[in-house]
Write a protein that binds this ligand. Structure first.
Ligand code: PDD
Length: 284
């Protein structure tokens, strides 16, 4: 039996879950999304995801389709109806369906869809092994802080990585790493400082990034928010990515150059364990 999904107020088997061909999410990527991690059958950082969703909707002038309590109830229903223990919940809100035109009419009702994806997050093999990344030009639009479904830049960068025999791509703009194709990029300098790019319109404001910054501060680790170059990453002691899909995953090479020993380093492994432990405690 397939999953039970959510489509505009109804819980439906996945093969009955459909939206209109006139939906602007489909025609124009006029839509935003969130992926919330689920650990032990509980939601991680749900308020953070809802705050970012509200910010994304607001930036595009899409009215909020449901309040946070209704969205939380819907997420919990999807967890229980699909017996989801570990993985994520994908939520997408589009501006709505209307005959194709660039401009939309006033009062269009947003479309809302959501579904679960069961995945091993705590015991994912890539985290034990570490991932190889290659760099790719950041060809995305100028508002990467809005979590839209315009993901072709990310998909093509991941294809560049696949063709190069790597696991993922890091975007580069004007000589500096912006972020990973679907994650935030971090390095650990020789003196143990964590470095990740500062928040701006150039990157997505990762919820995992924000949580890790809080946890790192609690264990007195120094974090610097600033851009770094490919060369600085290659010379770093360690490197890693953060996202709801990977939690915190060590990066062991950048463009074929090994980082540190070329294996997941002790600081990244400690931070991953810390992140998982704190996320489990905070999950609701
Ligand atoms: N990706 N940067 C980009 C470009 C992303 O797509 C993501 C998340 C992140 C990390 O954000 P967070 O920590 O809130 O997951 C950073 C999601 C998981 C995805 O598209 O599947």
């Amino acid at each position: 039996m397939g999953r039970i999904t959510y489509v505009n107020g109804s819980y439906l088997p996945e093969d009955e879950a459909k939206i209109s061909i006139f939906d602007r999410g489909f025609l124009m990527a006029d839509s935003v999304y969130e992926v919330t991690m689920v650990l032990d059958g509980k939601l991680c950082d749900f308020p953070g995801h809802m705050a970012r969703l509200a910010r994304s909707l607001d930036a595009l002038g899409i009215p909020a389709p449901l309040d946070d309590a209704a969205l939380k109830a819907m997420h919990r229903t999807l967890i229980s109806r699909n017996a989801l223990v570990e993985g994520g919940i994908y939520l997408q809100v589009t501006r709505g369906a209307h005959d194709r035109d660039f401009l939309w009419p006033a009062g269009l009702a947003p479309s809302v869809v959501a579904f679960t994806q069961a995945r091993d997050l705590v015991n994912m093999p890539s985290a034990a092994r570490g991932i190889a990344v290659v760099t790719a030009p950041d060809i995305r639009w100028g508002r990467r802080d809005i979590k839209t479904t315009q993901l072709l830049g990310a998909a093509l960068a991941k294809d560049i990585a696949r063709q190069a025999g790597a696991d993922d791509a890091w975007f580069v703009e004007e000589g500096f790493i912006t972020e990973g194709s679907s994650n935030n990029a971090w390095i650990i300098t020789a003196n143990g400082t964590l470095v990740t790019r500062h928040l701006s319109t150039h990157i997505l404001h990762g919820i995992t990034r924000a949580a890790l910054m809080r946890y790192a501060a609690e264990v007195q680790m120094k974090v610097e928010e600033r851009p770094f170059t490919i060369h600085e990453a290659q010379a770093a002691q360690e490197a890693f990515i953060t996202s709801a899909g990977s939690l915190l995953c060590p990066v062991v090479s950048v463009d074929g150059v090994a980082i540190g020993t070329g294996r997941p380093g002790p600081i990244s492994q400690k931070l991953r364990a810390l992140y998982i432990e704190e996320s489990r405690k905070a999950a609701r």
